[in-house]
Design a protein around this ligand. Sequence first.
Ligand SMILES: Cc1cc2nc3c(=O)[nH]c(=O)nc-3n(C[C@H](O)[C@H](O)[C@H](O)COP(=O)(O)OP(=O)(O)OC[C@H]3O[C@@H](n4cnc5c(N)ncnc54)[C@H](O)[C@@H]3O)c2cc1C
Length: 444
Amino acid sequence: MEIVWRNGPSKENYEQERTKRLFNTDIPARFPLAIASARREQDVVDAVNLAISKNCRISVRAGGHSYAAWSVRSHAILLDLGDYRECGLDENDVACVSPSVTGRELHDFLLARGRFFPVGHCPDVGVGGYLLGGGMGWNQPNLGWACEHIVAVDVVTAAGERKRADAHQNSDLFWAARGGGPAFPGIVTRFYLRTFPAPGIMRSSGYIYSVEHYSTVFNWALGIAATFEHSIEIVAIGSYQTGIETPCITIALLAFGDDEDPIKTLLQGVENSHPDGAVSHWFCQETNLAEQFEFKAKAYPTGHRWYVDNAFVRNDVDVAAILQPAFTTLPTRKSLALWSSMIPLSRRGLPDMALSLHSDHYFAVYAVWEDESGDSRSRAWVDEIMESVGAQSVGSYLGELDFRSRRAEYWGKEQRTRLTEIRRKWDPANRICGCLGLEGLGLS
Ligand SMILES: Cc1cc2nc3c(=O)[nH]c(=O)nc-3n(C[C@H](O)[C@H](O)[C@H](O)COP(=O)(O)OP(=O)(O)OC[C@H]3O[C@@H](n4cnc5c(N)ncnc54)[C@H](O)[C@@H]3O)c2cc1C
């Protein structure tokens, strides 16, 4: 295992290791004691033992896509899993994957074998942080949270021991691995994932309107989303479009299935009811995940500063009105507002796991800008939007936020207490860095 120390000979090398693969270029002024790069499971054990011998904490980087760069913690050993790569599929179609494998890599691996897993929408997110946080993946309204399909995890504990956690052994760790996020009190070295047959076809429809149509269009989208019981994702995106001065609202639908006819019938119903005045639209176009990954990678560009927050908006409020300021006042041309329908997933109960909050309406804001000069304006915009939306929400998804910006609920009350207890049991010395910004709750 390679280790680069903060007080080692090359400051450049240290800085490169500290920041490598971080998605957000808003790099924090936090300085780990060392960066240890693992290539195999034994390296993870060795890194934990090193942290024990140095009496310091240990933080983990899998794909580096935490917006708030959670892996970068002062005075801790940063364990980088980027070079520890395993991906397999057994005879029961259970995938076994190491945490730094990206969503696209897992998707391509499975597709070549006729299988599918709901990886995240952006291709380069690591499965580690994504799955531990819950995972909002492709076809989520139908397939559910990605973490619902974890069947087991291999873990190196805070004591440096290897454990398997599943429904029958170390089941409290297994419970925490499904939605505990950075509060998970161990280091996962392998996820075992139930896979699905690859969908035969994917079709996409979309409707782009200028912002003066916002209320009509958003309420139309809310109306049709409430009727969906099938494998359709529907989202509203607030963004700038080339050649248009003001922000636009796009309603995008993505249907998954094996037969063309039922998909076409569903999308035709949407087509027939769409409001007049679209700047452009497309209907029932053939697509696939390779193409969708490219769209997402363009919409969520690397090489930028990001500040994000989100909320599950309550089901009983005027969602269109509450989200209007976000969709219509984007602070930069690259910023985004997103609403995503969680129906029918939100209408069924969740299994017993740490992830425990959601509603019919997922909402997220992403301020995106180039350099420090935009920091205060972009952050103030997100904070202002979220102050009012947060008050109308049941909680937030921990995958797309910075805990330091705003306190919300991330788990149900009972689940938060249980997570704290599990953390205390498995990591009594608080060796493994938890949720940066949740100090005082026993989860940081
Ligand atoms: C461009 C972009 C697009 C995104 N799209 C989606 C999306 O479609 N759906 C969605 O649900 N989320 C999405 N996210 C959020 C993403 O899932 C989270 O930020 C997630 O934490 C990233 O995981 P990572 O492994 O890449 O990040 P990292 O920064 O490497 O990890 C984040 C934290 O997770 C914990 N962690 C990671 N691996 C381990 C491990 N093996 N053991 C113990 N703890 C670990 C650590 O606390 C670590 O600091 C997106 C993020 C970005 C930047």
